[in-house]
Design a binder for this molecule. Structure first.
Ligand code: AGP
Length: 344
């Protein structure tokens, strides 16, 4: 798992380069003509869609839905001949995602497969393929493929927006920052010690940070077996706050400067119930603001909030990995899980 997290920047760069081998003219036509975009996938692939929804909406797409593939089989969303489906799957063999893509295509939608594996089942169903070039991912927990999926989805959103290089330049800059997150992992070590001592870890954030929080939670529970949930920060007070006590850790992701104050109040809500708090941020000056409240503030390189998921996701992957190791669990062989789920 660690080796694959260390390859995040490479996955980003290679996926970026490969994007231009896709038929961009056809993709652009589909993006511009779409009445609705539906992103479909399972687990981490689904979670990449939660991030991408924000990107596409920021580029003027009015209707963007993210669907869990296993639900589509029995409860397919409404589609028309102008609906664009982005079916995301690292392996391209996940039965639920392949079936969902097939059903939606049968209903008339145009299906683009976003996958790390050439000639996989999903590529045979799709009208078009966008390649993720993460390299072979062996570990059950998806890490570098998530970064590759985010890269493809970001470039598609920029293609829709009309950005000349589809985001190639800014993505290559962010790849350098991803490398520095992996190299400076002293604080991540401290955070994983806090996780290892906790009975429950809540990953919280707003907007795009919430989308990454969901993935952070999935990663942690997959490899450390600690109970975890990913939550919109503002929802905490509507129920989950009842679970907070001295054994609970809240990991709050903050990358929107305009939401900093709101997130500070989430920190206070947890601390006042004796819970412990860690903050992951790309904003400067947060450490000073939260002194005496958060046990630890991990300040990542400054980044545009839209590109921050590449950094915050790398950080939460490392936290999950290190927590598992601290608890003596083998992150490369998580119990009960298979790399590719080819049955319903
Ligand atoms: C991720 O860490 C998981 N192992 C799992 O959620 C995975 O993302 C999911 O099963 C989908 O797999 P796929 O991308 O190969 O379709």
């Amino acid at each position: 798992m660690l080796k694959e997290i260390n390859e995040n920047a490479q996955s980003l760069r290679h996926t970026c380069g490969a994007f231009f081998k896709s038929n961009l003219r056809r993709l652009k036509e589909q993006l511009d003509g779409a009445d609705k975009i539906i992103i479909v996938g399972c687990g981490t692939a689904y979670n990449s869609g939660l991030v991408a929804k924000r990107w596409f909406e920021g580029c003027g797409c009015t209707l963007v839905d993210v669907e869990v593939a296993s639900e589509v089989r029995y409860f397919p969303p409404k589609v028309t001949k102008s609906t664009l489906v982005l079916a995301v799957s690292q392996s391209g063999e996940t039965a639920d995602t392949v079936e969902a893509a097939s059903i939606l295509r049968g209903m008339g939608a145009y299906v683009v497969a976003i996958t790390n594996v050439d000639y996989s089942a999903i590529t045979k169903i799709a009208d078009q393929v966008v390649n993720v070039v993460a390299g072979c991912e062996i570990c059950v927990a998806a890490t570098k493929s998530y970064i590759g999926q985010l890269t493809s989805l970001y470039m598609l959103s920029q293609l829709k927006k009309g950005t000349a290089d589809c985001g190639f330049a800014v993505l290559n800059q962010i790849a350098q920052s991803v490398e520095s997150v992996v190299q400076n992992d002293e604080l991540i070590d401290k955070i994983s010690s806090l996780c290892a001592k906790s009975s429950a870890v809540f990953f919280l954030g707003r907007g795009i940070d919430y989308a990454v929080a969901v993935e952070g939670s999935l990663k942690l529970k997959e490899v450390s077996y600690i109970f975890s949930d990913g939550y919109p920060a503002g929802e905490l007070k509507h129920g989950t706050l009842a679970l907070v006590d001295e054994k609970t850790l809240g990991i709050i992701i903050i990358t929107h400067v305009q939401l900093l104050e709101k997130c500070q109040s989430t920190v206070e809500q947890i601390v006042s119930r004796h819970g412990r708090v860690v903050v992951i941020t790309t904003l400067q000056g947060v450490l000073e603001k939260l002194k005496g409240k958060a046990e630890c503030v991990l300040t990542l390189p400054e980044a545009d909030e839209n590109l921050s998921p590449f950094l915050t996701a790398t950080a939460v992957q490392l936290i999950a990995y290190k927590t598992a190791v601290k608890l003596g669990r083998n992150p490369d062989r998580p119990r009960n899980l298979a790399k590719s789920v080819t049955v319903e």
